[in-house]
Design a protein around this ligand. Structure first.
Ligand SMILES: Nc1ncnc2c1ncn2[C@@H]1O[C@H](COP(=O)(O)OP(=O)(O)OP(=O)(O)O)[C@@H](O)[C@H]1O
Ligand SMILES: [Mg+2]
Length: 250
């Protein structure tokens, strides 16, 4: 039987994924600052809203307002979706007093709040973004694996397909905290280089269980009014550059 796959909201990325993200998967979105992690998550949620999925976005790096404003630049009206009970944005940054804020950055509170939000949105296929999950082990990186496992295990029972973002240590290009990559069913990795004085960004599917996915690193662009666009496979020269800069091992 064919696996049900969820569209990421970016059709060329869906093609690279042999149709999309398998339902119920937990995907790690990793990469250096400003490479497109949050913007990919916004597309994933916007697509969920379009398809009638219950959508939840947990933000720890930016305020709820900031996510709404970023989405607006790509013509997604998250305010409207919130009003229509299609989307809940859980703010874990601002320490707000409202119902959909996290008072503490603990995984127990996080999971409890996400389940509460799912109950409020109702039955059915759901999408959740945790941007970032690494914020929950900032002072204890050795807990990364256990926390990721806990989040995945509990949320799996609630019909969620999960995107979690995770930062990379800029100095070493190593994932911050270890373990999440092994727990995740898939890894979508963003990269950046400066070439000819210009910032270039790339996307690579490093892992996707049960999926004959593309193995090619693709250059991306982030366009005002549109969002993340896949430009095409990166050239040989650029790929070499990554190997040399020890970002991608082996
Ligand atoms: N309206 C826009 N038009 C063009 N580019 C934009 C626009 N909005 C954001 N960007 C680009 O997207 C980048 C931010 O991407 P994003 O927020 O997805 O990064 P990130 O990988 O989540 O980073 P971090 O780890 O810091 O959260 C900006 O630095 C900018 O280059
Ligand atoms: Mg971000």
């Amino acid at each position: 039987m064919d696996i049900e796959r969820l569209s990421t909201g970016i059709s060329s990325l869906d093609k690279m994924l042999a149709g999309g993200i398998p339902r119920g998967f937990c995907i790690a979105i990793t990469g250096e600052p400003g490479t497109g992690k949050t913007i990919l998550c916004i597309h994933f949620i916007a697509q969920g809203i379009k398809e009638g999925d219950k959508c939840i976005y947990v933000t720890t790096e930016e305020s709820r307002e900031s996510i709404i404003n970023q989405a607006k630049q790509f013509k997604f009206d998250f305010d409207k979706s919130i009003k229509e009970d299609k989307l809940i944005i859980i703010d874990a940054l601002m320490g707000l007093e409202d119902k959909w804020s996290l008072k503490s950055l603990t995984v127990e509170d996080l999971v409890e709040k996400i389940i509460e939000a799912k109950k409020a949105l109702g039955y059915g296929r759901a999408r959740v973004v945790i941007d970032s999950l690494s914020a929950f082990w900032l002072d204890k990186p050795s807990m990364a694996r256990r926390y990721s496992y806990y989040v995945k295990k509990v949320l799996a029972k609630w019909d969620f397909t999960i995107f979690v973002t995770s930062q990379y240590a800029i100095t070493t290009s190593e994932s911050f905290g270890w373990g999440i990559e092994h727990i995740a069913d898939g890894i979508i990795r963003f990269r950046r280089i400066v070439k000819g004085g210009v910032l270039k960004r790339y996307i690579l599917i490093e892992k996707m269980r049960q999926t004959p996915h593309s193995l090619k690193m693709h250059e991306i662009n982030i366009e005002d009014g549109k969002g993340l666009v896949i430009l095409g496979p990166a050239g040989e020269e650029e790929k070499e550059e990554f190997l040399l800069s020890k970002g991608i091992k082996k």
